[in-house]
Ligand binder design. Structure first.
Ligand code: SF4
Length: 276
């Protein structure tokens, strides 16, 4: 069964939630002219947001992170968006030297060995490029929904991140059925991996299909304790990078061997996106 067949369902209040999401985006675009970006993970929710931005001709830039570990199916959505909507997708990648050094020091499968190493990998491949994406911008748009996890259960439509930027979550009150109803109705391009029981798609080594009845995010970092399952993109510094099974001394990130700790050259990690 496809994801649309499995999940798409129109439920009471959908039209109101849709109209509200558009209004949230429109208001944000007006408040941050030329300084607002959608940080898309290319997941189902973010594809809906991109469609809304394009459909309503909203002046919001579209950008994504290519961590170097994404599935080919995920990367294929970048040209698909550009072809469908005529909008450029800005792509931000990790620094080559950092990746080479990290892999040389910690191995290509470091993420499985400790939470600290996994978060160091996320910091290098996601947080640092995200900081560059958001530099000079005062607002960013995500596809976060309250339903996605307990940690996201109180996501507001608009909030202020730790850098003072506006963080806009237009789909905060949408259900998974809403997302797929919208995708089905508007034939929004989406990742075919969603049709293979991967509702939440991140980097290939850190994503697997889920079984019927499992939590949607259980296919992410499945070897970790539930409380650790964020990449730092949506978690404040005090509850994120300092967590882990291994100490900072076990993590080597920068060519200078500075480790992770609290000395990331790009500053505070709580800059995140809907990037899974
Ligand atoms: S999700 Fe996995 S591969 Fe991707 S940046 Fe995080 S640890 Fe690295």
């Amino acid at each position: 069964m496809s994801a649309i067949e499995l999940y798409a369902r129109k439920t009471a209040g959908f039209e109101e939630r849709l109209a509200h999401a558009v209004q949230v985006l429109r208001d944000a675009a007006e408040r941050h002219p030329g300084a607002i970006v959608q940080s898309t993970s290319l997941g189902a929710e973010d594809m809906v947001v991109t469609d809304l931005i394009a459909r309503h001709a909203l002046p919001i830039a579209i950008a994504t992170l290519d961590t170097g570990k994404l599935h080919a199916e995920t990367l294929a959505l970048i040209p698909a968006i550009e072809a469908r909507y005529g909008r450029t997708v800005e792509v931000f990648r990790p620094v080559d030297a950092d990746v080479i050094h990290f892999v040389r020091e910690n191995g290509d499968d470091a993420m499985y060995r400790s939470v600290a190493l996994r978060k160091a990998c996320c910091a290098m491949r996601k947080l640092e490029p995200l900081a560059r994406m958001l530099a000079g911008r005062s607002a960013w748009v995500t596809g976060l929904r309250r339903e996605q996890s307990n940690q996201r259960g109180a996501v507001p439509f608009s909030e202020c991140d730790d850098q003072g930027r506006a963080k806009i979550n237009p789909l905060a009150d949408w259900s998974w059925a809403d997302v797929w109803h919208y995708i089905a109705t508007h034939q929004v391009p989406h990742n075919p991996l969603h049709d293979q029981f991967m509702p939440s798609i991140g980097c290939a080594p850190c994503t697997r299909a889920i079984a019927v009845g499992e939590d949607f995010r259980s296919g992410r970092w499945w070897w970790e304790d539930e409380s650790a399952k964020e990449c730092g993109l949506h978690v404040s510094q005090s509850s994120d990078v300092s967590q882990g099974n291994a100490g900072p001394s076990q993590v080597s990130l920068t060519p200078a061997g500075g480790g992770l700790g609290t000395s990331q050259p790009w500053g505070h990690p709580d800059l995140g996106a809907s990037h899974p």
